[in-house]
Design a protein around this ligand. Structure first.
Ligand code: F6P
Length: 343
């Protein structure tokens, strides 16, 4: 078989490890051949790809980013998009299957193509950890560990100046990175999109900690909306791909803490640092196993599915299950974290 891999959507530490796992298992176990489409679905619709021999994936597990490049191109857009054109491209290049490594948008595209009869499967990817049907996505552990390290550093400078410190982390729709990095760094408040909290409550938590002579640390996910906050202020329109335009919530939270408590407060936006660099050991192993498992699934011709971590096993699940809404932080996980806030 000749299998085409693509990485699409925002990049994520572990993408290269998936590519390596897929190629090594495919070549060694089955004698399959691999190609890599450049820049996600753009490479598919334009038939732009590179050969992926075994030598090309050597040492890739520890490398951040994606050697294939990525984009947010929709496979149904443009004169060469859509299932008929993609089928012609596959026939012309003798490609037998497509493996789409991506988040919600990418996997939705993969599902539509599979529903149209194309041999397409998926591998779930997002640092946000918000995909259903998989316990964890690779990239999440790396993002949490980068954010934890940054917060540990904010703590020492905060303590020196007797300041409150705010750290804004990624998480457009869900607060997994904020919750885990906040818990790991011992934050005194974690603000996530799933839970509305008033700025008065945040100020209370901060003041309690400050009164104990500590430097309060507040972690805020970029999609957090404070109680009573004018959504229009936060949601300043939408990006080209329909995602809400974000940014600035950390600044707002910082200003409000200062106004309500009188404590000098500083904000740090961690931004794309959370997506860069080498994956953690956990993410390398998870990504490698997913890559290997997706090759087995392609070999078995089980189209319209993705591989997923469930417990300690890698299972095959229908893409429709994975795409049934986002995996948000459940109430009990928030209540559990809240016990640690404030005093
Ligand atoms: O979906 C992952 C994510 O990292 C979000 O948390 C964040 O809002 C978004 O990507 C940023 O995307 P971009 O790189 O396009 O700015």
């Amino acid at each position: 078989m000749k299998i085409g891999l693509l990485t699409s959507g925002g990049d994520c530490p572990g993408l290269n490890a998936v590519i390596r796992g897929a190629v090594l298992n495919g070549v060694k176990t089955y004698g399959h051949e691999f190609v890599g489409f450049r820049d996600g679905w753009r490479g598919v619709v334009e038939g732009d790809y590179m050969d992926l021999p075994r030598t090309k994936v050597r040492g890739l597990a520890r490398q951040g980013g994606t050697i294939l490049g990525t984009s947010r191109t929709n496979p149904f857009d443009g004169p060469n998009g859509g299932p008929e054109n993609i089928e012609i491209m596959m026939e012309r290049n003798e490609i037998d299957a497509i493996v789409a490594i991506g988040g919600e948008g990418t996997l939705a595209g993969a599902k539509r193509l599979a529903d149209a009869g194309l041999p397409v499967v998926g591998v779930p990817k997002t640092i946000d950890n918000d995909l259903q049907a998989t316990d964890y996505t690779f990239g999440f552990d790396t993002a949490v560990s980068i954010a934890t390290d940054a917060m540990d550093r904010l703590r020492t400078t905060g303590e020196s100046h007797h300041r409150a410190m705010v750290a804004e982390v990624m998480g457009r729709h869900v607060g997994w990175i904020a919750l885990h990095s906040g818990m790991s760094a011992g934050a005194h408040a974690v603000l996530i999109p799933e839970q509305q909290v008033s700025m008065e409550q945040v100020a209370k938590w901060v003041s309690e900690v400050h009164e104990r002579g500590r430097s309060p640390l507040v972690v805020v996910a970029e999609g957090f909306i404070p109680e009573g906050f004018d959504e229009v202020l936060h949601n300043k329109g939408v990006e080209k791909d329909g995602r809400p335009r974000l940014g600035g919530i950390g600044d707002y939270v910082t200003q409000e803490i200062e106004r309500l408590t009188g404590i000098e407060t500083r904000n740090t936006i961690l931004g794309h640092i959370q997506r860069g660099g080498a994956p953690t050991g956990f993410d390398r192993v998870l990504a490698t196993r997913l890559g290997m498992a997706v090759t087995d699934m392609v070999h078995d011709k089980e189209w319209g599915k993705m591989v997923a971590l469930q417990g300690t096993e890698i299972n095959r699940v229908d893409l429709s299950v994975a795409l049934d809404g986002l995996k948000t932080v459940p109430q009990h996980r928030w209540e559990e974290a809240k016990v640690l806030f404030g005093r």
